[in-house]
Design a protein around this ligand. Structure first.
Ligand code: IMP
Ligand code: MG
Length: 172
């Protein structure tokens, strides 16, 4: 399969430094309590694996699997393909996303998570795309703000590919 040329937006070193900053902020905001980090699959898996290894406190990891995109276009239909496996009632939850674009997926997951009655619920997204949907206020931690382009790498895909790029880029 031919691969398209990708322009680097954030290098591996820039991503690395930013993930460390985020981990420091998160540690300060989650000083005690039982912490569960919930990754939204598949896009968050690389970011989450780097992030959790830098948060110096006990934590549990869990995942939800959401789909909404087909062929790089948002279908507008958000589906939960599988849910997390542990109760989070009374626990402190950090939800980890790859990117908040229209914010539809995040809103859906937040509504779902709130029904589980966590003590605290915060959102960390690697990337944020300003689409005029007032989603920024839902994000407690944002790695980088990206332009309105389709981005790939460091977990983000285009039709299943490009997730393993060590940087964040956009198609030329
Ligand atoms: P939203 O519901 O429009 O905010 O989109 C959320 C999900 O769509 C993200 O978790 C990504 O998996 C995917 N997505 C949105 N924009 C991009 C992009 O530019 N590149 C890759 N995936 C994206
Ligand atoms: Mg995706």
């Amino acid at each position: 399969m031919a691969s398209r040329e990708v322009e680097v937006l954030y290098t591996k070193e820039q991503v690395d430094a930013r993930v460390t900053d985020l981990a420091r902020q998160i540690e300060a905001d989650f000083p005690d309590g039982e912490m569960v980090v919930v990754g939204v699959l598949k896009g968050s898996f690389i970011f989450m694996s780097d992030l959790v290894r830098r948060i110096k406190r006990p934590l549990a990891c869990d995942f939800v699997r959401i789909s909404s995109y087909e062929h790089d276009h948002n279908t507008g239909i958000v589906r939960m393909e599988f849910d997390m496996t542990q109760p989070v009632k009374g626990k402190d939850v950090l939800l980890v996303e790859d990117i908040v674009d229209s914010g539809k997926t995040l809103r859906y997951i937040l509504r779902h998570m709130e029904t589980k009655n966590p003590r605290k619920l915060k959102v960390c997204t690697l990337l944020y795309k300003e689409m005029g949907t007032d989603s920024r206020r839902l994000c407690d931690y944002i790695g980088f703000e990206v332009p309105k382009r389709f981005v790939v790498g460091y977990g983000l895909d285009s039709q299943g590919l490009y997730r393993s790029l060590p940087y964040v880029g956009a198609f030329k």
